[in-house]
Design a protein around this ligand. Structure first.
Ligand SMILES: Cc1ncc(COP(=O)(O)O)c(C=O)c1O
Length: 347
């Protein structure tokens, strides 16, 4: 993209690399795109969760309800905020938490809930808000998705994004953001991303060095206007899979009611998912399970799972999910080839 290299050249020549005009402009533009009041750029989507939880008032010893079926970083970031993660189950069809699964995990010590908009689906945040606790949307995989016409990221008390290069809205390295309508949460997040200081002189609390840099922000400003078009192409690919009869061979992704997913990944379910993945690989088709070992069984975070914990939806999703090729330029031929390979590999 010539515009990208030209703009990055200008930023390099400009000599301002950290927290300059590109970052503040991107923060304004991304907040406007989502329909939120504030955006705070940070170094990555993992820090975004840690900082946002602290900005929401989570303190050491507090419990935070989150799914185990997610990218591990959701849980890691929660622990790094000082909180105790309490694993809740998911709906194995949507891969998202529900009001029922979250309610079952709430205790008097619960301080926040972190639903994950997994694979680009959108968790039912309005129902979660009715539970009366602050909701932090982990929107890392759902830039541009909507629920009843409202953007993922604008549904909870605050939300976090990752701009890792594989994400729907990518930057050229690591990057992330926190968005919120709450001015106090935004202010605290801004302070926490800069060592807990508002004026670079007085350090009010222990924070982080976690900033989105100018080069990444400049790239994001150029790519943000492309996001809706890219997501439309992903949705068209999903529709093409359906039209080509993929649903006769595997269980198709199920959008949460009212959601228009961003299809970050196109994840189907099959009883013998790994075998099917191997059959597809034999035909040169990349397909894989992402979270075969969910967070409550990972070595670093299993200690937060009570012995009696049962997460049947999580276990089912972990065993049966399989991500098929998805992207902004998936041809009809590629779709047919995948469907054909699933037809012969799934029997
Ligand atoms: C659901 C989810 N949460 C958090 C993260 C962490 O983002 P990052 O890799 O930018 O730290 C990711 C991305 O990798 C993710 O997919």
């Amino acid at each position: 993209m010539p515009r990208l290299t030209e703009t990055l050249g200008e930023v390099i020549r400009g000599g301002s690399y950290i927290l300059g005009p590109q970052v503040s402009s991107f923060e304004r533009e991304f907040a406007a795109y989502l329909g939120t009041e504030h955006c705070v750029g940070v170094a990555n989507g993992t820090d975004a969760i840690t900082i946002a939880l602290r900005a929401l008032g989570v303190e050491p010893g507090d419990e935070v309800v989150c799914p185990s079926f997610t990218f591990y970083a959701t849980v890691e970031a929660t622990v790094n905020a000082g909180a105790t993660p309490v694993y809740c189950d998911i709906d194995p069809e949507t891969f998202c938490v529900t009001a029922e699964t979250v309610r079952a995990a709430i205790t008097p010590r619960t301080k926040a809930v972190v639903p994950v908009h997994l694979f680009g689906n959108v968790a039912p945040v309005p129902e979660l808000r009715e539970l009366g606790l602050p909701v932090l949307e982990d929107s890392a995989q759902a830039a541009g998705a909507t629920l009843h016409g409202k953007r993922a990221g604008a549904l909870g008390h605050a939300a976090t994004f990752s701009f890792f290069p594989s994400k729907n809205l990518p930057c050229l390295g690591d990057g992330g953001a926190i968005v919120t309508d709450d001015a106090d949460v935004a202010r605290r997040a801004r302070r926490l991303r800069f060592h807990g200081s508002e004026d670079k002189t007085t350090f009010l609390e222990l924070g982080y060095n976690s900033r989105l840099d100018e080069l990444q922000a400049a790239a994001l400003r150029i790519l943000l206007p492309e996001l809706d078009g890219w997501n439309a192409a992903r949705r068209a690919a999903a529709a093409a899979y359906e039209r080509a009869g993929l649903g006769d061979h595997v269980s198709l992704p199920v959008p949460v009611e009212g959601a228009e997913p961003a299809h970050h990944l196109y994840v189907v379910r099959h009883d013998r998912a790994d075998e099917l993945g191997t059959a597809l690989a034999a035909r040169g088709i990349g397909a894989r399970g992402y979270y075969r070992v969910p967070a409550h069984r990972q070595p670093a975070t299993a200690r937060f799972a009570p012995v009696a914990l049962e997460l049947p939806g999580t276990e089912q999703a972990a065993r049966t999910h399989l991500a098929l090729p998805m992207g902004t330029a998936l041809s009809d031929d590629a779709v047919s080839e995948v469907v054909e390979a699933c037809a012969s590999g799934s029997t």
